[in-house]
Ligand binder design. Structure first.
Ligand code: ARG
Length: 718
């Protein structure tokens, strides 16, 4: 036993040279890991990374949209982020005739830039630790009370630090599973314009086949600009706005990367759960992941059948298809890697060690027994919840109808007439948005397939009472055509899809019309069954798990005094540092640290859905016309490279910086071999996939013919 422990300790020391686990809080770098960063190669001072009273790298990092990172790269508010981060906004700007998503787009001056609807960026202004004040208000509460009270307390604090009049928005983030609370204060800018994007064939080269995988040849970037008033204040789109003069913008390096180079990433990782328990791992591998994967599998197939036949449908469904497909593949890979590396066993060992340490500490005595009880109480119903959210509500018609429940409740509650009117006006708007993206032929097939899967896979005593009984009039419940016949009757009879009837309803609201509608009735019966019978159990489960997680992590910190620890990702700004590094994915296979244009051409398949390329691209690439962007060591264009940095979804678009703090690439993905990374960072296999900045500039300058954009940058050649 002792020998094994020694071996483990030795392995950990050895792995230290590979592993670059850690999503560090930027304001704590100086105290926690700065010295290690320098040891790894960093050439900047603490203040250049993060400072409060003078410009630092942190001032160039923004939240882009609602789930990505972007960075400021010029004194005129120019922003780089990923292609897939701007995807939805560019799809919305596109029509079949002017298809910027398909063809690409470059503005050659400010006037040609296109306002992106609904886009915003947020700059981080300051952070305040409010742990003491939150703790004082939550002390001594039970798990359930604590959960409810915490929501209120955090909302109050956020409101106190926010100032809507000047677009200042504060958010309190519970860190270390609620052992620390920090307010992040942002300024939000809402006039964001499209400056450039490569054709989809380049920006999404390799599509879903290559997604989450290395080697990779995707030009995953897009270019935007943030506008403000003449005195630099946020303002909604207005022709009189001017490009924002940022506090700091990143210099861009043409020096390139080689194996072993220092590389760090600033950005907004969305969520991780590195202290997930063995119970949670089992829940992921046995219930959550496989359920989502099989439901999405069916939905994606039915969407793709339609997208392939019609460019208009392809454009309409492109963005939602991409996001469903992205996490379909993620959850499938996550499950495979969790099982392959026996993460369940790893967690169990960790828990056993913790229990041994905690044996004499009453605060932790019942921890894992309580975990077991909480999971046992909820697990039997967990699959039904996934089948509701990812299955039934995977139909866009059902999803819209589910939102009408609020309207019905307000309509039938005496004295709520004003609320009902408001809810109805909101529903009217939401309906327009829903119809814009609705493709009925695929939605009908999806709903029929989801109903059949629900009927087949969910225990019958958990199904909405009477719903499937009622379907028997359409045929045998074992036959697909039964569901199809029912669904076509729903789609042809619902007033939700009929403009005349819907307008009449909005003009003359009548709850019985809503209640009698077949689409609404179907959605409502699933939602009501869940909210009445299972939602309370789920709330209780969540409250217990969160509270146990807080206690567990408090214990782990107590068990490891003085050890620098980083909090799980919470879509707050973090820094990760590591090196450019090749790896061996499996026996006898070596993956280089970079991919080149040679590989792009090798993957090229004319006319293919995922591997096609524009004629101009082929001409330039075949002529090796790379100019200053060529990598001399590889004697080719380097398109992408990998590093050991620790990132996750939300980091998309993050700047990858060299030891001098210059931009060398944009992070855009993780590798397949480490898809268990949300729950367990793998020190050997984990890699971050980055698009090389020299490829980005080549795409803009040579392929896109927009040298005006490149000339705005602060380029470092030596
Ligand atoms: N896996 C990437 C991420 O989560 C997104 C890539 C988008 N591409 C795609 N083929 N769906 O950041």
């Amino acid at each position: 036993m002792k020998k094994i422990a020694l071996l483990l300790a030795l392995l950990l020391v050895l792995f230290r040279s590979y592993a670059d686990e850690g999503m560090w809080l930027p304001m704590l770098l100086g105290q926690q890991v700065y010295n290690d960063m320098v040891k790894k190669g960093l050439k900047l001072t603490k203040d250049q990374l993060y400072a409060i009273n003078k410009p630092s790298i942190k001032d160039a990092i923004v939240i882009f949209g609602n789930g990505c990172t972007g960075e400021i790269v010029s004194g005129q508010g120019l922003i780089f982020t990923n292609h897939h981060c701007g995807y939805d906004a560019v799809a919305s700007l596109s029509t079949v005739e002017h298809n910027y998503l398909h063809d690409g787009f470059y503005a050659h001056n400010f006037q040609e830039e296109l306002p992106g609807q609904g886009l915003s960026v947020r700059f981080l202004d300051s952070v305040v630790d409010v742990t003491a004040s939150v703790e004082a208000q939550l002390q001594g509460l039970s798990a359930a009370d604590r959960a409810a009270k915490q929501t209120q307390v955090l909302a109050d604090i956020a409101a106190r630090y926010s100032n809507p009049a000047i677009h200042v928005e504060a958010m309190v983030s519970p860190l270390f599973k609620g052992n620390q609370f920090i307010v992040f204060i942002y300024t939000r800018y809402t006039d964001i314009r499209l400056v450039g994007i490569p054709p989809e064939s380049v920006g999404k080269f390799g599509g879903d086949t290559d997604n989450w995988e290395w080697p990779r040849h995707t030009g995953d970037f897009s270019v935007w600009r943030v506008y403000a008033t003449h005195d630099g204040k946020p303002n909604d789109y207005d022709p009189s706005n001017i490009p924002l003069k940022p506090r700091y913008s990143l210099p861009v390096s043409l020096k390139g990367v080689k194996e072993g180079d220092y590389a760090m990433i600033f950005g907004y990782p969305g969520s991780t759960n590195r202290y997930e328990t063995s119970f949670g791992v089992k829940y992921e591998t046995d219930i959550f992941d496989p359920s989502i994967v099989s439901l999405r599998d069916a939905r994606l197939r039915l969407m793709m059948d339609r997208m392939k036949t019609d460019p208009a449908v392809r454009l309409k469904l492109a963005s939602s298809y991409a996001s469903i497909a992205n996490y379909w593949k993620f959850f499938d890979g996550e499950r495979k890697q969790l099982l392959k590396y026996d993460v369940y066993g790893q967690k169990k060992t960790f828990e056993d060690q913790f229990s041994a340490w905690a044996a004499s500490k009453p605060a932790y005595a019942s921890l894992f027994k309580d975990y077991a009880r909480a999971y046992a109480a909820w697990t039997p119903y967990a699959k039904g919840r996934v089948y509701l959210n990812e299955g039934i509500l995977g139909s866009t018609l059902m999803q819209f109808c589910a939102s009408l429940i609020q309207v019905e409740i307000a309509m039938v509650t005496p004295g709520k007439e004003a609320v009902a009117r408001q809810a109805l006006a909101a529903a009217d708007k939401a309906r327009a948005a829903f119809l814009k993206d609705e493709d009925m032929p695929s939605d009908m097939k999806i709903l029929a397939a989801m109903l059949q899967m629900y009927y087949t896979d969910i225990p019958h005593d958990q199904q909405p009472v009477g719903f499937f009984e009622g379907l028997k009039q359409y045929g045998d419940l074992k036959t697909a055509s039964t569901y199809q016949t029912y669904v076509s009757s729903v789609f042809s009879n619902t007033f939700v899809l009929n403009d005349t009837k819907w307008k009449a309803f909005v003009a003359n609201p009548d709850a019985t019309v809503l209640q009698g509608d077949p689409a609404y009735a179907a959605a409502a019966s699933f939602i009501r069954s869940y909210t009445q019978r299972y939602a309370p159990l789920y709330t209780q489960f969540n409250a217990s798990i969160n509270d146990l997680g807080r206690v567990y992590l408090k214990g782990v910190m107590e068990q490891n005094p003085g050890k620098p620890m980083y909090p799980d990702a919470t879509f707050t700004m973090r820094v990760t540092y590591g090196n450019v590094k090749s790896y061996n994915p499996r026996d006898a296979v070596h993956y280089d640290y970079a991919c080149t244009m040679k590989g792009v051409l090798e993957k090229y398949v004319p006319g293919d859905y995922e591997f096609d390329l524009p004629p101009k691209f082929l001409d330039l690439a075949r002529a090796h016309d790379y100019g200053v962007y060529k990598d001399l060591a590889k004697n080719d264009m380097v398109v992408t490279f990998i590093t050991t940095d620790d990132i996750t979804g939300g980091n998309s678009g993050s700047p990858v910086l060299n030891a001098q703090g210059e931009l060398i690439g944009l992070a855009f993905d993780g590798n397949y071999e480490a898809l268990s990374h949300k729950i367990a960072f793998d020190p050997v296999y984990n890699r971050t996939i980055c698009v090389d900045i020299r490829y980005v500039l080549w795409c803009i300058d040579k392929l896109g013919g927009a040298p005006n954009i490149v000339s705005e940058l602060n380029i470092k050649k030596v």
